[in-house]
Design a protein around this ligand. Structure first.
Ligand code: G1P
Length: 243
C-alpha cells in the first residue's frame, strides 16, 4: 500500500499566518505540522510516500523532509499542484506513483492520538472499495465545519460535507483508503459550490456502490487547519503528549 500526504491549499482559515508560509509548515508545539502526518503513516507501516503540495513554499518541504530517510521513509516523492483545486484534485497527481496499488491518503493538517496501523491492516485485508476513519464529535457547530457520516448501525449510508444539520455525531477525518477504482472515478468529478473537487464526492461514490467501510478512532483527533482555535487545540494536545 502506498501513502499520499496532501499538503496543498491556500489555508485561508489561518490567514494571515498562511500568507507567509504553507499551513502544513506551521509549528505544532516543537515541529512543523506535516511531520505528524509523515510519522502517522510510517507508524502505520507505509514506507513509500508521495507528498503533494503547491503554492510558493513548496521548496521548504524538501528542506524539511529531504529524501525521507530520517523519517523512516524508503521512497519519498513530491508532486506540485499548480492551482488549489481541492483535495480530490491533489490526489489525482499521485496516480502514476500509486500505480494501481492500494492507497492511504492523509491530509497533512490532521493529528491522531490513536495509531493508524490497525486501520491500515483492516484495509489491507479488505477485498475492494474504500475505507474512512470516523471520530465522535460533540458540538454541532464543530460538525458543521466537517464531513459527517450518515449511519445505519455501523454502516455508512452517506457523507454530508459541512452539514447544516449533522446526520450523526461521527465526523469523517482526513484519512482515506482507496482501491484502484479511485483513478477512474476522479475524472468524473465536478467542482462543488466552493469551486473544489471534494473528497466527500469520492467517498460517496464508494458508499453508493456499497463498497465503503469505516473504522472509529476514540483517542484525540484534530484538524489543525480548521480554524485558529482548532490550531491551538491541536497544539495543546501535542504539547501534552510530547512536552
Ligand atoms: C476536509 C474534508 C472533510 C473532513 C476534513 C477533515 O475538510 O472535506 O470532509 O471532515 O477535511 O480534516 P476541509 O479541511 O477541506 O474543509
Amino acid at each position: 500500500m502506498k501513502g499520499v500526504i496532501l499538503a496543498g491549499g491556500t489555508g485561508t482559515r489561518l490567514h494571515p499566518l498562511t500568507r507567509i508560509t504553507n499551513k502544513h509548515l506551521l509549528p505544532l508545539y516543537d515541529r512543523p505540522m506535516v511531520t505528524y502526518a509523515v510519522e502517522a503513516l510510517v507508524a502505520a507501516g507505509l514506507t513509500e510516500l508521495m507528498l503533494v503540495t503547491g503554492g510558493t513554499h513548496a521548496g521548504e518541504f524538501f528542506r524539511l523532509l529531504g529524501n525521507g530517510h530520517d523519517y523512516g521513509i524508503d521512497r519519498l516523492l513530491y508532486a506540485y499542484q499548480e492551482e488549489a483545486g481541492g483535495i480530490a484534485d491533489a490526489l489525482g497527481l499521485a496516480e502514476r506513483f500509486v500505480d494501481r496499488d492500494k492507497v492511504c491518503v492523509m491530509l497533512a493538517d490532521n493529528v491522531f492520538e490513536d495509531s493508524l496501523e490497525p486501520i491500515a491492516a483492516n484495509f489491507a485485508s479488505q477485498a475492494k472499495g474504500a475505507r474512512v476513519v470516523l471520530t465522535e464529535v460533540d458540538e454541532d457547530e464543530h460538525l458543521r465545519h466537517l464531513g459527517v457520516a450518515a449511519l445505519e448501525g455501523s454502516r455508512v449510508t452517506g457523507i454530508v460535507e459541512k452539514p447544516e444539520s449533522p446526520p450523526s455525531r461521527f465526523a469523517v477525518t482526513g484519512v482515506y483508503f482507496y482501491d484502484d477504482q479511485v483513478w477512474d472515478m476522479l475524472p468524473t468529478l465536478t467542482p462543488s459550490a466552493r469551486g473544489e473537487l471534494e473528497i466527500t464526492d469520492v467517498n460517496n461514490w464508494y458508499v453508493d456502490r456499497g463498497e465503503m467501510e469505516a473504522d472509529v478512532v476514540t483517542g484525540f483527533w484534530g484538524d489543525a487547519g480548521e480554524s485558529i482555535d482548532a490550531y491551538y487545540e491541536v497544539n495543546d494536545f501535542v504539547r501534552r503528549m510530547r512536552g
